[in-house]
Write a protein that binds this ligand. Structure first.
Ligand code: AKG
Length: 363
């Protein structure tokens, strides 16, 4: 299992609360994985930008050590059947709180284990990864996704006829609503929600159609200690009913066919504060689309608390915004982010191709 290498080192090292800096995958004998440019915090050598701020942080260097050490293939075992990177893999943050553009990798080619471990490390550190100028068939996108785990199929939306794991997310020019047009975390109505989603832009409007992301570690860490104490241990009820049940919002889309309406009102319970299985960091884990109530509270209490948490979760200073181009691929960590697909392009078409990687039970 490819991810096991990354799991090991991530659990061993603390992640920086912020995610600034420049990381590179160094591919040379005896060294693998992401590497930070020591002594050059915030200095982007490639375009001459000045350092944005000095940071006295040594945590990042600790992480670097962990990365270079533990992404080494175990001695005596070949873990790298595919060709690996020919050059450095660059990771440039796109906001102060989450998201990074990753360069230097062609996702249509088979990736080596060290490259996959480096991408996984970057995902856990930055939560949303953006790969520009890719050219991917559905099969190549699925092959990339499978390097991170088994692929899932959506229980309530029809997948692609040839590849059920692929969801063609289409907004037609006359659609009044779009798929994902509200803050949400994917499929939290499942007992084991997906680890992450991988979305590829096929056709985008001339302007608009951006996707917003919000860092739920940042949301948790911004709470007072008293609030953290109160939320830790609370359990929330999640359901697909509000979206995919009778009259649900997502059943009203013209372009996307929904199914299994009868099962949509089933419920599952998840902790309000979850722990990331790879980094050990806590995050807020309720979302407007699928969380219906907090267990053990009276309905007015639950509604008031959820309203506060939904608003808090998507505060502007926890977000980044992704502007798509055809050939952009984004991968997000569904265990640490919420997202929102804007629909501000009426009269134009937008076509995206999504796959999802299965996840674990939140704790
Ligand atoms: O189309 C997008 O930008 C995002 C769609 C979405 O919300 C999702 O795939 O969960």
């Amino acid at each position: 299992m490819v991810g096991a290498v990354a799991v090991e080192w991530v659990a061993a090292g603390a992640f920086p609360a912020w995610h600034a800096g420049r990381w590179e995958a160094i591919q040379r004998p005896g060294s693998a994985g992401l590497r930070h440019h020591p002594g050059l915090p915030w200095l982007d050598e490639t375009n001459g930008r000045q350092p944005r701020r000095e940071r006295p942080n040594t945590e990042a260097e600790n992480v670097t050590d962990a990365m270079t050490e533990t992404t080494q293939p175990p001695a005596g075992r070949s873990t790298d059947p595919a060709s690996d990177l020919s050059g450095p893999l660059t990771v440039e943050p796109i906001s102060g709180v989450l998201g990074a553009e990753v360069g230097g990798v062609d996702l249509s080619a088979p990736l080596g284990d060290r490259t996959v471990a480096a991408i996984r490390a970057a995902l856990v550190a930055h939560h949303v990864l953006v790969f520009r100028n890719q050219s991917l068939t559905a099969e190549q996108q699925m092959a990339f996704g499978r390097r991170f785990g088994n692929l899932d199929t959506h229980p309530f939306v029809d997948g692609n006829q040839e590849y059920p794991e692929v969801l063609d997310i289409i907004t037609e020019p006359d659609d009044r609503m779009n798929f994902g047009g509200g803050w949400h975390t994917d499929v939290t109505f499942l007992a084991e929600p997906d680890l992450g989603s991988i979305l590829y832009a096929v056709e985008v409007p001339s302007a608009g159609g951006d996707t917003l992301f919000a860092n739920q570690h940042a949301a948790y860490e911004a709470f007072s200690d008293t609030m953290k104490d109160m939320l830790d241990g609370l359990v929330a009820v999640h359901t697909a009913g509000m979206q995919y049940g009778q009259g649900g919002l997502s059943t009203r889309s013209n372009a996307m066919e929904t199914k299994n309406m009868d099962a949509a009102n089933d419920t599952v319970e998840h902790p309000v504060i979850r722990t990331h299985p790879e980094s050990g960091r806590k995050s807020l884990y309720v979302n407007r689309a699928f969380t219906s109530r907090i267990k053990g509270l009276r309905s007015a209490e639950s509604a008031a608390l959820l309203q506060f948490l939904f608003d808090h979760a998507t505060r502007e200073d926890f977000t980044c915004r992704l502007s798509w181009r055809p050939g952009t691929l984004a991968m997000w960590d569904n265990r640490s982010v919420q997202h929102y697909a804007l629909h501000d392009y009426a009269g134009q078409r937008r076509v995206m191709r999504r796959i999802t990687v299965k996840g674990d039970r939140p704790y």
